[in-house]
Ligand binder design. Structure first.
Ligand code: 1CP
Length: 368
């Protein structure tokens, strides 16, 4: 049951496993920490049961439900971090857009942005505490209920990724409607990206105030852009977010590691490693060793096993993990998949992945 105490972001239980936080800061650890994107998801029968018949965004707006879904994977696997159950599309909702989860189709905007005039439909000043207070409550509640077992990660979508959803109206193969804006309406595009950045900065700071111990920024649609467009329409905003969040946290004497995950954005790896994030997340299309070389030891790395490798037999998963660990090395490294888990994946394979990371990395660190 939710108690009064659970509603306040203070007196949180003491953190017992800070391996993830130490790896994010590049410090020595006894094993390589591991978590999975979409670890709270449909591959778990208990997740499907909890979500059955309930509207997705209503679930996101119910702190007790978000807390339960966040904790479910931790009851099964010794993950070294948890990520709060929510969605990146709560930010466009907070800005005044309607977003619905349509079964079999995914998130859908009934009235996407079509032309620059449509920006007038967005809230000029977003009261983040009012519009997204339910996420903050979910984070605070989860920090209490997680009992200090592992750190809790907060997250947001990055400006370009959110802009593309707001214009496409949902998932897309080409993202041609959103890219049309970049080429035809560059000024309006920058205006929208700035508006999103302002909301995201407040949103991330609110998540930390509520209890988030690390932050991940998802630039899931980086691969849709090329290097030139990424440098103009994505990178400056990613940098601005990290700089502004860090400056504000520093004033309060806080230090919260930030992770940037630009899916298919390997062309921007050098730039991403110099963007004020402690950790750069990688998808599986990049080789661990070359990622290390290109980021020059400036950041910690996170990733990047192909999620589909989880379809392999357990022994093979263990071999793949071992190779991955050898490629990245055990320092300044957080093991993860290169993208989220799929609903048809076997929970036992996820367990085998986590175990392989812990076992192999412990051995490697001992032998150093
Ligand atoms: C479990 C889930 C989520 N969102 C959606 C689902 C599936 C719906 C359901 O099972 O009920 C719809 C849901 N939400 C979204 C999609 C993708 C739609 C598309 O582009 O086709 C779907 C199916 C949009 C979304 N949502 C998110 C991203 C960024 C990560 C990524 O690149 O996948 C994106 C792009 C972030 C997200 N989304 C979610 C989390 C929870 C925490 C965890 O990882 O365990 C997170 C971090 C939760």
């Amino acid at each position: 049951m939710e108690t009064d105490r659970d509603c306040y972001p203070k007196d949180f239980p003491q953190l017992q496993n800070d391996t993830f936080l130490r790896a994010a800061r590049g410090e020595e650890t006894e094993h390589v920490p591991v978590w999975c994107m979409r670890q709270a998801g449909r591959y778990l029968p208990e997740f499907r049961e909890s979500r059955a018949g309930k509207d997705f965004f209503e679930t996101c707006q119910t702190p007790a439900a978000c807390c339960e879904l966040t904790l479910q994977p931790l009851r099964r696997f010794p993950f070294d971090a948890a990520i709060i159950f929510s969605d990146i599309l709560v930010v466009p909702q907070a800005m005044g857009m309607d977003v619905q989860m349509v079964a079999g189709k995914g998130p859908t905007f009934p009235e996407p942005l079509k032309e620059p005039e449509d920006l007038q439909r967005l809230r000029v000043k977003v009261d983040v505490g009012k519009e997204l207070g339910y996420v903050f409550k979910a984070i605070t509640l989860t920090r209490h209920k997680i009992e200090g077992k592992v750190p809790l990660i907060g997250f947001t979508g990055a400006p370009w990724t959110l802009m593309s959803y707001m214009i496409e109206g949902g998932g897309s193969n080409t993202h041609s409607k959103a890219k049309r804006w970049l080429y035809r309406h560059p000024e309006a595009s920058h205006m929208l990206l700035r508006m999103l950045t302002d909301v995201i900065v407040e949103y991330l700071l609110g998540q930390v105030a509520a209890g988030a111990q690390a932050l991940q920024v998802f630039e899931s649609h980086a691969g849709i852009l090329g290097p030139v467009e990424f440098k103009e329409f994505a990178l400056p905003y990613l940098r601005d977010i990290a700089r502004r969040v860090k400056d504000k946290l520093k004033e309060a004497g806080q230090d919260v590691p930030m992770i940037v995950f630009a899916k298919d954005g390997h062309y921007a790896l050098e730039d991403l490693s110099q963007s004020h994030y402690e950790v750069v997340g990688l998808d599986w299309t990049i080789d661990p060793q070359s990622a290390r070389e290109r980021t020059g030891g400036k950041v910690s790395l996170q990733g990047n096993m192909d999620p589909c490798a989880l379809y392999a037999p357990k022994e093979r998963i263990s071999d793949i993990v071992k190779k991955m660990l050898e490629g990245f090395g055990t320092r300044a490294y957080i093991a993860n998949l290169g993208h989220g888990l799929y609903p048809d994946m076997d929970p036992e394979s996820v367990g085998a992945f986590v175990e392989a990371v812990h076992t192999h990395s412990r051995q490697m660190i001992k032998q150093k």
